[in-house]
Design a protein around this ligand. Structure first.
Ligand SMILES: [Zn+2]
Ligand SMILES: [Zn+2]
Length: 486
C-alpha cells in the first residue's frame, strides 16, 4: 500500500471510530514513536549531549553570522508525570565578552515555578515569564508534545498539509498554543513551533526540529534538537544528543519547599531619572543598566540610545520631554545594532524620531521595524510608521549655537565594527557604550578604545556611558591596569 492510500485509510478509519482527523495524526505520531501506550507510560527522559547557543542579536556586523556560546555539556531531565524539568549546561563564550565567559547553568521548572540553582547549590526563584518560557521549552520534545496533545484538556485544530508535513495546532490544558508538524511519510514528529514576543522583533515564530531518530527501549527519540526563529532563520540552540535515557533513575526535580512558599519575583518597575552632567546635557539613568543621554540644541532635543524595551524607551522619551518641555525631541543616535541597544528602536520609529546611526545599520533597522507585533501589540504596530534614517560614515557633527556633538565611527572595533561614540568638546564629555566600564570583569576592547581616543584627539573629563556609571579616564585606566595585573 502506498503512503497516500495509507494516510487516507487512516483518516477514514479515524472518522469511523469518532476520532477527529487531528487526533488521528497525534495517534499515528504516537504509533511511530513506539506506540501510544508506550508514550503515555514514559515517566522520565534524560537527554545528554552538546551543542551551541548562538548569541542572538549580538553579531559583529548586522550581516555577520551569530557568534556562539559553545555548550560542551548539556543535560535536560524531564519528569513527565510531575511536569518538572531541569537543564544543566556548561557554556563557554566563543567571542570576546566583558563579563564571565565560562558559565555553568542549572535551570529548574516545577509546574508553574521556575528557579535557578547557583554553583553553591542555592536555589533562587525566577519570574513567571521565565516559567512560561520553560514550560514551552519542555514541550519542544516529541514525547512531551504528544503527551500534551493527548491530555483530555487539550484542544486540537486546523489540520493542514505543508510540503511533506501534516500540521496540527494544539492548545494545551495550560493554555499554551503550539503547532506540531508530523512527517507525513513516517508519522514521526518533525517539529514543534510557537510564537513569542520580542521587544526588537515583535512576533517571533520559534521552531524546534527533531531529527536523527534512534530507538531506545522501544521508543524513538531524536538525536538532534535544532531551534530556529523566523528572523533570518537564526539558530537559537542546536543540541546533538549523545545519550537518551528513558525511565532512568533521576534526581528529585521538585522545587525546594521554601521556594514554593515564596512568591515569584516581580519584574523591576521601569524608572528614569535625569542627572544634568553639563550645560544642556542629561544622563537618563534609573532602573536597569542601559542608559540614554539627552542633548539640548537651539530648537530641538536629541537622544543618544533607546535601549532594552518599549517600556524603557517610552519612559526615556517621556522624561526627555519633561526635562525640556519647550523643545521638541526629534532624533535619536543609536550606537550600534546589538539588541540590548535597540530594544526601543521600534518605539523611536513609532514616535517619529529620526534615527541616526552608522549607515551600515540602515538595512537591519528597516527590517526589524517592518515586522508586526500582534502577540504583544506595540506602539509601532498601532501607528504603522516607517523608519526615518540618517546615516553616519566617519564623522557627523551636530552643531548650533547651544550645542556641539561630534559623532564618531569607532574604527576597527571587533565587538561592533559599525559602533558610534559621541563627544561634546565644550564640556569634555564622552558618550560611549560597549567600549569600557569600570564594573566589567574583563576589558577586551581597552586597546581599541585607547586607539580611538587618540585618533579623535579626545581628552575627556567625564565618560557618561550607556552601561555602568559616570567615570573619569583615570578611573578607567586604573580598572584596565588592575585587570592586566591579575
Ligand atoms: Zn554591543
Ligand atoms: Zn551593550
Amino acid at each position: 500500500m502506498n503512503f497516500k492510500i495509507a494516510a487516507i485509510a487512516l483518516l477514514a478509519c479515524a472518522a469511523a471510530f469518532g476520532q477527529s482527523p487531528e487526533m488521528a495524526i497525534i495517534t499515528r505520531a504516537g504509533e511511530a514513536l513506539g506506540g501510544k501506550d508506550k508514550v503515555l507510560a514514559v515517566k522520565t527522559l534524560v537527554i545528554e549531549g552538546s551543542g551551541i547557543n548562538p548569541n542572538i542579536g549580538q553579531n559583529p556586523l548586522p550581516e555577520s553570522p551569530l557568534l556562539n556560546w559553545n555548550v560542551p555539556e548539556f543535560k535536560r531531565s524531564i519528569d513527565l508525570a510531575n511536569g518538572r524539568m531541569r537543564v544543566e549546561q556548561h557554556r563557554i563564550a566563543g567571542f570576546d565578552f566583558a563579563l564571565a565567559t565560562d558559565v555553568r547553568q542549572n535551570l529548574g521548572l516545577d509546574g508553574s515555578i521556575a528557579f535557578n540553582v547557583n554553583p553553591d547549590g542555592i536555589a533562587q526563584r525566577v519570574g513567571d515569564a521565565v516559567a512560561a518560557d520553560r514550560r514551552i521549552e519542555m514541550l519542544g520534545n516529541p514525547v512531551t508534545i504528544l503527551r500534551a496533545a493527548l491530555d483530555p484538556g487539550a484542544k486540537l485544530s486546523n489540520l493542514r498539509k505543508k510540503g511533506s508535513e501534516q500540521r496540527v495546532d494544539i492548545t494545551t490544558a495550560a493554555g499554551d498554543k503550539l503547532t506540531l508538524a508530523v512527517n507525513a511519510k513516517t508519522g514521526l514528529p518533525a517539529s514543534v513551533s510557537w510564537m513569542s514576543s520580542s521587544e526588537n522583533l515583535g512576533d517571533v515564530i520559534n521552531t524546534t526540529s527533531f531529527s536523527n531518530y534512534e530507538t531506545v527501549d522501544g521508543l524513538k527519540l531524536p538525536k538532534r534538537y535544532l531551534t530556529t526563529i523566523d528572523f533570518r532563520n537564526w539558530t537559537t540552540a542546536d543540541i546533538q544528543v549523545s545519550k537518551n535515557t528513558v525511565d532512568g533513575n533521576i534526581a528529585d526535580l521538585a522545587a525546594p519547599a521554601t521556594l514554593k512558599a515564596s512568591p515569584a519575583p516581580q519584574p523591576q518597575p521601569v524608572s528614569v531619572d535625569a542627572q544634568e552632567v553639563g550645560k544642556g546635557i542629561w544622563w537618563l539613568a534609573g532602573s536597569g543598566n542601559a542608559r540614554s543621554i539627552l542633548f539640548e540644541f537651539d530648537d530641538h532635543l536629541t537622544l543618544f540610545e533607546v535601549p532594552t524595551s518599549e517600556a524603557r524607551s517610552k519612559a526615556v522619551i517621556d522624561k526627555a520631554r519633561s526635562v525640556v518641555p519647550s523643545k521638541p525631541l526629534t532624533e535619536v543616535i543609536v550606537s550600534h545594532h546589538h539588541f540590548d541597544h535597540t530594544g526601543g528602536l521600534r518605539t523611536a520609529v513609532a514616535d517619529g524620531l529620526v534615527v541616526i546611526s552608522h549607515k551600515g545599520n540602515e538595512g537591519i533597522f528597516k527590517e526589524v521595524t517592518s515586522r508586526k507585533a500582534t502577540l504583544k501589540p506595540d506602539l509601532l504596530t498601532a501607528n504603522g510608521k516607517t523608519l526615518k534614517f540618517r546615516g553616519v560614515d566617519d564623522t557627523l557633527v551636530l552643531k548650533d549655537k547651544s550645542m556641539e556633538v561630534m559623532i564618531y565611527h569607532v574604527k576597527d572595533n571587533t565587538h561592533s565594527p559599525l559602533l558610534l561614540m559621541a563627544y561634546v568638546p565644550r564640556d569634555k564629555i564622552l558618550v560611549q557604550g560597549d567600549l569600557i566600564d569600570v564594573g566589567w570583569t574583563q576589558h577586551p576592547w581597552a586597546d581599541n578604545y585607547a586607539k580611538n581616543l587618540e585618533l579623535r584627539k579626545i581628552d575627556f573629563a567625564k565618560d557618561v556611558p550607556v552601561h555602568g556609571k559616570i567615570q573619569t579616564h583615570a578611573e578607567e585606566l586604573a580598572a584596565i591596569a588592575a585587570m592586566k595585573k591579575q
